[in-house]
Design a binder for this molecule. Structure first.
Ligand code: ZN
Length: 377
């Protein structure tokens, strides 16, 4: 049987893509038009999704900045604007895509011939100091909540804060947020969180936990990835590790100053208020660091190594795909949303069966979503 027919049949979801912040907020950028990666570095639009992927989790990402009343207000306003813009784009393209709110919505939209778009919040910073705000974002369609980004916040410690741990895992607010996620059926997302924060989440959450875009530390020793012990704990609680295509987290790379440059950039922002003017400059600064410290040469095979290892350690029911396109992810052979069939071919070559592929492409994620919905009842 040709790989393409199999790929088409499977329900396929990628659980982390930064298109809302990276592209949809750009004036004049059309989701319905085909873009060229070489020209604008975008990795996702509707024409490139067609025939390649059924569902994406669109992340509404907020850079970690000042943990002050004005900082929280600006972060919340900024995130709400991205949710509103994303809803607008989905409405404008209702013939080819639709908003997905439940596990059942993804396969239903696929059956209707439309792409399913779920929404997540990447970094709980816009919640401010009030766990009650989880409900506000849930009302805007948020169904996954990433507790932190690259610096610590009031919810939890990050895996990459150069200052080290602040809470030793989840903070008191983070503990309340777990309860709110469980009450509302929101999937708790531990990508970017520290190991201790993930441990706390696994202990506290009544529903399974997801890492929407991370990897295996045994394959690439990067703080964004998790070790085999935690991976087994995640699996024992029914969770899933979705593999990231961020080159520095896919293949070991010599330290060339990139980490220090990123840390300096992030720490400069820690007391800043995210005004629209400041937010408009952040993408260019990321690009400058990316240019100064080129990514290591990672390939599709390197990415597959994380899936193979994860499936060996945790079992095929506990791994999946979260490439982090439009957010720094992308390796040779898997660098935009039209490339997903290459991954199916590579996995078939490595001996994965159709049943395996059905699980890692979508079944596992839908199971976690359903379990979170059940916990809310
Ligand atoms: Zn991320």
């Amino acid at each position: 049987m040709p790989a393409s027919a199999l790929h088409e049949r499977l329900f396929k979801i990628d659980t982390h893509i930064d298109t809302p912040t990276a592209s949809l907020m750009k004036p004049g950028w059309e989701f319905a038009a085909r873009h060229d990666f070489a020209a604008d570095h975008s990795q996702c639009d509707l024409p490139r999704m067609a025939g390649s992927i059924d569902a994406l989790v669109f992340a509404v990402f907020t850079t970690q900045a000042a943990r002050t009343p004005s900082g929280f207000t600006r972060a919340c306003d900024g995130a709400m604007q991205v949710f509103d813009r994303t809803h607008e784009v989905i409405r404008q393209n209702a013939a080819s895509c639709g908003l997905a709110l439940t596990a059942a919505d993804g396969p239903r939209l696929k059956a209707e011939g439309r792409r399913a778009l779920y929404l997540s919040l990447e970094n709980g910073y816009p919640l401010g100091l009030d766990a009650g705000n989880v409900a506000k974002f849930h009302a805007r369609g948020m169904r996954l909540l990433g507790f932190t980004h690259m610096l610590n916040n009031d919810l939890a410690d990050s895996s990459t804060d150069p200052r080290g741990a602040e809470w030793g895992g989840l903070g008191p607010l983070g503990r309340e947020v777990v309860a709110e996620c469980n009450r509302l059926g929101v999937v708790p997302d531990a990508s970017h969180a520290s190991d201790d924060a993930l441990r706390d989440l696994l202990e506290l959450s009544r529903a399974p936990v997801m890492l929407s875009h991370s990897g295996c530390r045994a394959v690439c020793d990067h703080p964004r990835n998790i070790g085999d012990g935690l991976l087994r704990d995640l699996a024992a609680r029914g969770g899933v590790l979705q593999m990231n295509a961020l080159p520095v987290a896919v293949v070991p790379a010599p330290e060339d100053g990139r980490t220090a440059a990123l840390a300096a950039f992030l720490l400069r922002l820690k007391d800043a208020v995210l005004t629209p003017e400041l937010r408009a400059t952040l993408g260019a600064e990321w690009d400058r660091i990316d240019k100064a410290y080129p990514n290591p040469a990672a390939t599709l095979d390197d990415f597959v190594a994380h899936l193979v290892h994860g499936a060996e350690v945790a079992g095929i029911d506990h791994v999946g795909i979260g490439c982090d396109f439009d957010g720094g992810g992308g390796v040779a052979g898997l660098n935009e949303v039209s490339d997903y069939p290459n991954l199916t071919r590579a996995l078939l070559d490595r001996g994965f069966t159709e049943a395996d592929l059905a699980k890692l492409w979508g079944g596992n994620t839908l199971r976690v979503m359903r379990a979170c919905e059940q916990a809310a009842k």
